[in-house]
Ligand binder design. Structure first.
Ligand code: ZN
Length: 438
């Protein structure tokens, strides 16, 4: 990592004193050579750097399955460097970078380029997602096998931003990835049912006179894809589930034993379409914010495991694309730097998940779905020391101007949220200390 020469950021021996692993009893975590040496208590070994973590929660490094890093092509919105800084500050040690860049990540060459940029930046691991179809055009399968065999070792494929709406192509993609245990991550949006759609179809879209986005446009694609996945015996991951009906369909598919997993974004766990009342495009997102009943169903689905994980769908946009009239504004919200805080507000402080549950939904399960080779997702002696130290008792108002992301389109700006990421370690090297980049 940059600045790796200074003592404070060397991957040496660290003793993290008094942190609460997964919210349990305080313990000392000894890190040596990038690995968790022990969790217990004892004197600091000679030469160890001591970090007083009394009262802080220790979680395994967070893993995001759905990040838009925008590089190559839209470096005015984000770069691998700025996006992974934001990720580290949010407690993430790995992100999956979506394929809708320019050029599209639909060849071994482009995914390898993104993978190398991630290694150069060094703030967290970057796992490129490959496009399902050439140019995200939805007509021809991309070189899935070549991307899988590249140094980037792509296992997750998605046309995110667009739906693979052609059932034959979706079937072929699901069949193809079986050869290397890949997964197709679907952005479920029936295109004809959402032509010109601006926000959730319901009372609010009627009141504002904006074209509605019906829940069935998402649910119909999810149902079809669950059936296709079962038919070919492959693995489907459903991106950003946003409706109560979608949760029901995924619950049903899982009850059949089919290999279907799903994610929910922090914003869909906390915000509703009522925020659109002032026509502020910061609340414009794809899929749209839904109703309070949908939010309740998403929280319940995440709590009972129907929805496997939280994924940010961090979607940075420059001011000129976002601060415009609602109809012409870009879809999307930033989210890496607030994700854990929003999950605390929506899931932990409401009693729906404990911290072990948060570790499961934000680290262990997304790592499994992303087919990550490392032992991410747990804190135990012998595992790599990728972890986050979090102050759950902190509370302040979100200021997007203070974010490391190059973009400012956070829907949580001005909102008071609990929590603060104090430190992040990536294989024993601090990427964040005292809430700042190390
Ligand atoms: Zn999407």
């Amino acid at each position: 990592m940059s600045g790796g020469q200074s003592l404070s950021t060397s991957p040496g021996t660290w003793l993290i004193k008094g942190a609460r692993p997964l919210g349990g009893d305080p313990a000392d975590i000894l890190i040596r050579g990038g690995v968790i040496d022990s969790i217990g208590d004892g004197p600091a070994p000679a030469g160890a750097q001591v970090l007083d973590a009394a009262g802080l929660i220790a979680l395994p490094g967070l893993v995001d399955l759905h990040t838009h890093l925008r590089e190559p092509g839209r470096e005015d919105a984000e770069t691998v460097e700025t996006g992974t800084r934001a990720a580290a500050l949010g407690g993430f040690t790995a992100v999956h970078a979506m394929a809708n860049t320019d050029p599209v990540a639909d060849t071994a060459g482009v995914v390898e380029q993104i993978w190398r940029l991630g290694r150069q930046a060094g703030h967290c691991d970057v796992h490129p997602i490959g496009a399902v179809t050439v140019g995200l055009a939805g007509t021809r399968l991309a070189e899935l096998g070549a991307m899988a065999e590249s140094p980037a070792r792509v296992r997750v494929f998605s046309d995110d931003g667009r739906c693979v709406s052609d059932a034959v192509l979706m079937r072929r993609a699901l069949e193809y990835v079986k050869a290397f245990d890949g997964v197709i991550a679907q952005h479920a949006q029936e295109p004809r049912l959402t032509e010109g759609a601006q926000l959730n179809e319901g009372e609010m879209s009627g009141r504002l006179g904006l074209t509605g986005w019906p829940a069935v446009a998402e649910e119909a694609v999810i149902a079809r894809d669950c059936l296709l996945t079962a038919h070919v015996g492959s693995a489907l991951h459903v991106c950003h589930v946003s409706t109560a009906g979608s949760v029901e369909i995924i619950r049903w598919a899982k009850s059949k034993g089919w290999r279907v997993t799903a994610e929910v974004t922090p914003h869909h766990l906390l915000l509703t379409d009522s925020l659109a009342a002032g026509y502020d495009p910061v609340y414009k997102v794809n899929p749209p914010l839904r109703t309070a009943a949908d939010v309740a169903a998403l929280r319940e689905g995440l709590a009972d495991g129907t929805i496997d994980c939280v994924a940010t769908d961090h979607a940075p946009h420059p001011v000129e694309d976002k601060e415009t009239e609602w109809d012409t504004a870009a879809f999307g919200m930033t989210g890496l730097e607030t994700a854990l805080r929003v999950v605390q507000e929506a899931m932990v402080d409401t009693g729906l998940l404990d911290w072990a549950g948060v570790a499961d939904r934000m680290s262990r399960r997304p790592a499994r779905i992303g087919r990550l080779p490392g032992p991410e997702g747990a804190l135990a002696a012998g595992l790599q020391a990728s972890l986050v130290l979090y102050d759950a008792s902190a509370r302040d108002t979100v200021d997007p101007r203070a974010h490391a992301s190059r973009s400012r389109n956070s829907p949580f700006g001005g909102m008071e949220l609990p929590g603060r990421v104090v430190a992040t370690f990536l294989r024993g090297t601090p990427t964040v200390l005292d809430g700042k980049l190390a």
